[in-house]
Design a protein around this ligand. Structure first.
Ligand code: PLP
Length: 469
């Protein structure tokens, strides 16, 4: 414990105040012994009476207690004397941050029936394999994994990602075009940093996935919500001057539709004409249940206008915070600098474990296994919606991912509210809208086990009937 008496006159008071502050802020903890008065007096070059007087005052105030023959200790109750931290502070963030929504509460207790979209079945995370892969990396004594890494991402992981999307999505890219990110979400931030200034215009789908819109808005970008029809984003409604558009062509979030080929070509043509960039978020197409997926925008693009985005959040776990982007070579150096300046790089050990998982084929096997699980849930959910909810819900065509949506002619927000109160977590389409609020519901089936889907929908049906009665 450092006590500084330089420049102080009243040594007793200074010792008292500094010890008290150290006890209150936890630098000296309850049960810890203070140095004997003689020793401290010697160290500080003051008289022993001065130190004893400071100790006596702290003892009288209940911070210290002496035990005969053992010394002087901080009492167990000392910390309860800590004043409550001041709730007022003169420091305020910029007002626009007050307008941004707070993050969802982490670790909220799972409801009885969890139809929240965008979450995989975490009970099926390959825990044993992951533990083995991480332990192997740590056991190998790979000191190079423990130093600062490559902001672009571990070379072995980038190579595996390039191979994986080449096989699964026919996206042709070299490992040099891959940047490992902290989830898909970071892509919008990085791309926004290197391409947009405050006041520039970006366009997002409406309804759409909220984080990209918020990430850009938080940086002062003017974000235009653009309507989505049955073929995808309405390209003719993208405002003039737009520099970047963010889309989910394989599985529109939240409607679940796939962007038509004509619309894909129209969007690429628009980007070429207006010198804009398209961010293609392909967040969950590893899970496709019927039909052949349409070619990604990235594969249709011959002019290097598309940044392709993938995530490991749906296939493995959102807690890994690992995703990737595939960028035109002209953008890569700036994106790597942006990643370096933001948070340097993703954790090396997790990247190395993931690269090994992909290289040994475990990743592809896990995707195949989970695709079967989710396909069964998708079929069950679609069947039950058609059989029991046809009076007010019209499911939208969807053949991929972890959620499906259904439209309705009436506002269902009161049903969603009552369902949540009654243990059924679900969302309305309006939750994802900025402009026109389409009526309907979004059903995620990643977090709900197959055997819970029927009972959950039965609960919802009963609530809907009660509301109608
Ligand atoms: C449309 C969309 N993109 C991306 C993600 C994944 O984001 P991240 O990789 O940042 O976890 C989600 C998750 O819900 C999503 O719904």
């Amino acid at each position: 414990m450092h006590i500084d008496l330089t420049g102080t006159r009243g040594h007793r008071d200074a010792i008292y105040r500094q010890l008290r502050a150290a006890i209150l802020d936890g630098r000296i903890r309850p049960g810890e012994a203070l140095p004997p008065t003689r020793e401290l007096a010697q160290r500080l070059a003051v008289s022993r009476t001065t130190v004893s007087a400071a100790y006596d005052r702290l003892t009288a105030e209940g911070f210290l207690a002496g035990r005969v023959g053992a010394g002087t200790f901080v009492t167990a109750s000392a910390l309860t004397r800590r004043p409550a931290p001041s709730a007022v502070s003169g420091v305020r963030p910029l007002p626009e941050w007050d307008a941004l929504p707070s993050p969802p509460a982490p670790f909220a207790p799972a409801p009885e029936f969890d139809f929240r979209p965008g979450v995989p079945d975490l009970t099926r995370f390959p825990f044993d394999t992951w533990r083995r892969l991480v332990t192997q990396r740590l056991r190998a004594g790979q000191a190079d994994l423990m130093t600062y890494g490559d902001p672009q991402g571990l070379a072995s992981l980038r190579a595996e990602i390039a191979r994986h999307i080449g096989v699964s999505r026919d996206v042709r890219a070299s490992a040099d075009q891959v940047v490992v990110t902290a989830g898909a979400q970071q892509t919008t931030d990085l791309v926004g940093r290197v391409l947009l200034r405050a006041g520039d215009i970006a366009a997002v789908e409406d309804p759409g996935y909220p984080p990209p819109r918020l990430v850009l808005a938080a940086r002062g970008v003017r974000v235009a919500p653009v309507p989505v029809d049955a073929s995808g984003i309405v390209v003719s409604a993208i405002p003039p001057g737009t520099r970047l558009v963010y889309v989910t062509p394989s599985h529109q979030y939240p409607l679940g539709l796939s962007m038509s080929l004509e619309r894909r070509l129209e969007l690429l043509d628009w980007a070429e004409r207006t010198d804009a960039v398209v961010v293609e978020d392909d967040y969950d197409t590893e899970f496709r249940y019927t039909g052949r997926p349409l070619e990604p925008l990235h594969s249709l693009d011959s002019r290097g206008r598309v940044v392709y985005v993938g995530s490991f959040s749906k296939v493995l776990s959102p807690a890994l915070r690992l995703g990737f982007l595939i960028a035109p070579p002209s953008l890569v150096p700036a994106l790597v600098k942006a990643r370096y300046l933001t948070d340097w790089h993703a954790p090396n050990v997790e990247q190395a474990a993931l690269a090994a998982f992909m290289a040994e084929g475990g990743f592809a096997r896990h995707v195949r296994r989970m695709r079967k699980v989710y396909r069964a849930r998708h079929e069950l959910l679609s069947g039950l919606l058609a059989a029991s909810f046809a009076d007010f819900l019209t499911p939208l065509p969807s053949s991929a991912g972890l959620h499906l949506s259904a439209t309705s002619s009436s506002d269902l927000s009161s049903l969603v509210r009552r369902a949540r109160q009654d243990g059924v977590r679900l969302y309305s389409l309006g939750d994802f809208a900025v402009g026109e609020r389409r009526h309907g519901l979004v059903f995620g089936y990643g977090a709900v086990a197959a055997e819970r889907i029927g009972p959950g929908l039965a609960r919802l049906r009963a609530l809907a009937d009660e509301g109608a009665a």
